[in-house]
Design a protein around this ligand. Structure first.
Ligand SMILES: *Cc1c(COP(=O)(O)O)cnc(C)c1O
Length: 425
């Protein structure tokens, strides 16, 4: 198999003679057939083919195939956002009365999705520490638990997940491990190689990389043995009445999970990625390997500089040799650990705000992981309704500043930080 840099450019799309060199935008809601029987067979899933862009579209499929290839999976589907990808990962196997176990340091949006919205639909969640021991993880499982969830590099805490340990525990309980691999991207870490079964992405971040389109992806390794635990996963292993009694694991084998996500969830919930947005993500994917390494190198330089600055209280970046997660970074992300870091200043809340206001090149944004260097102070912005105590319980230090290093020259980024720290004094 070709190396990952080559696959970023080519995987999933191989045009024939006279065909479009770049993945074309197929801006069409529907597709034409010649006979009634041809169309009927599509609806019975007897034949594969395009019929309506809510379910499948050639542009989105080519981009999904590229992401599946990069992750080493059997298939993928693009979703309208990262939130939709995580929702689909759960709803594809869970129903009311089921339960999931999740690391507690996950992205705030996913934390709410699991803790509030899915709970209100009857799917219960137990949050566990991402640093839980095997015994602590075991204790969170129940007979009705259907999956374990974590993030390769957590947002905003930038902590590295022990994927192999989480996979071992999930498999001991006969359930898949779902990993949100947004910050790492498959260039830096491929969770399937460490035992994860399902991967999700917010493609809005590094995959797009230019801040142009919101999107997500759900990827299936094809490795989870659904039929071995058939009684836990009836949606995959028993007949689906909405497709004339078809059973996904019988008909689609290793691709059962991802096929159900498309033919069932996408059909019914319609969190579709537009072909235009899929096209933009593809442009990002074709330089992902170059960008993510540069983001990581620049971030390490900036983190090293911050660590030595007298106004800086602490820096969390797993690439730093003294970081709490450095050993896990060395194991899972040896080529780099992305452009996002977290740090705290010594001067208190007023100093923090003077510093943020004094930044010139670096902008204040509720976004991360694209070509622009940006900062966010969760206690003043995304989490401003919480008290310091509530912040700590949510795993966000009150003084935490999240810094996402873009593709500018790292010396210019450091200069801007330096000037702003001086101005804040
Ligand atoms: C941004 C993000 C999401 C949500 O993705 P959207 O595309 O904004 O819906 C989920 N997980 C992680 C780790 C994220 O950073």
């Amino acid at each position: 198999m070709a190396k990952i840099d080559t696959r970023c450019v080519h995987a999933g799309y191989h045009p024939g003679r006279g065909e479009s060199r770049q993945i074309p935008i197929v801006q069409s809601t529907t597709f034409k057939y010649e006979t009634s029987d041809q169309m009927g067979r599509l609806f019975d899933l007897e034949d594969s083919g395009y019929f309506y862009t809510r379910l499948q579209n050639p542009t989105s499929d080519a981009v999904a195939a590229r992401i599946a290839d990069l992750e080493g999976g059997v298939g993928a589907v693009l979703t309208s956002s990262g939130q939709a990808a995580n929702m689909f990962a759960v709803l594809n196997i869970c129903r009311a009365g089921d339960h999931i176990v999740s690391a507690n340091n996950i992205y705030g949006g996913t934390f709410n999705l699991f803790g509030v919205t899915l709970k209100s639909l009857g799917i219960d969640v137990t949050f566990v520490s991402h640093e839980a021991t095997e015994a602590e993880l075991d204790a969170a499982f129940r007979p009705e638990t259907k999956l374990l969830f974590g993030e390769t590099i957590s947002n905003p805490g930038v902590e590295v997940l022990d994927i192999e340990l989480f996979a071992k525990v999930a498999h001991r309980h006969g359930v898949p491990l779902v990993v949100d691999n947004t910050f790492a991207t498959p260039v830096l870490c491929r969770p399937f190689e460490w035992g994860a079964d399902i991967v999700t992405h917010s493609t809005t971040k590094y995959m797009d990389g230019h801040g142009v389109s919101v999107g997500g992806a759900l990827v299936d390794s094809g490795n989870f043995p659904w039929t071995r635990y058939a009684e836990k996963f009836p949606g995959l292993t028993t007949p689906d009445a909405s497709y004339h009694g078809l059973t996904y694991t019988e008909r689609f084998g290793k691709a059962a999970f991802i096929t159900k996500a498309v033919t069932h969830l996408m059909r019914d919930m319609g969190s579709t990625q537009s072909p235009q947005n899929a096209f933009y993500i593809n442009l990002g994917l074709q330089t992902l390997h170059l960008r993510i390494r540069r983001h990581s190198e620049s971030a390490l330089q900036v983190a090293r500089w911050l660590e030595k600055h007298p106004a800086v209280a602490w820096v969390h970046y797993s690439g730093l040799p003294g970081d709490r997660f450095h050993a896990l970074q060395q194991k899972y992300l040896p080529e780099g650990c992305c452009g996002v870091m977290a740090f705290g200043l010594k001067g208190g809340r007023a100093f923090d705000n003077r510093f943020l206001d004094a930044l010139k090149l670096i902008t204040i944004e509720t976004h991360v992981a694209d070509c622009y260097t940006c900062v966010l102070h969760p206690a003043s912005h995304t989490h401003r309704q919480l008290s310091d105590e509530q912040l700590r319980a949510a795993g966000v230090a009150p003084d935490l500043i999240r810094l996402s290093i873009g593709l500018e020259d790292p010396q210019d980024i450091i200069q801007d930080l330096s000037d702003a720290l001086d101005a804040a004094r």
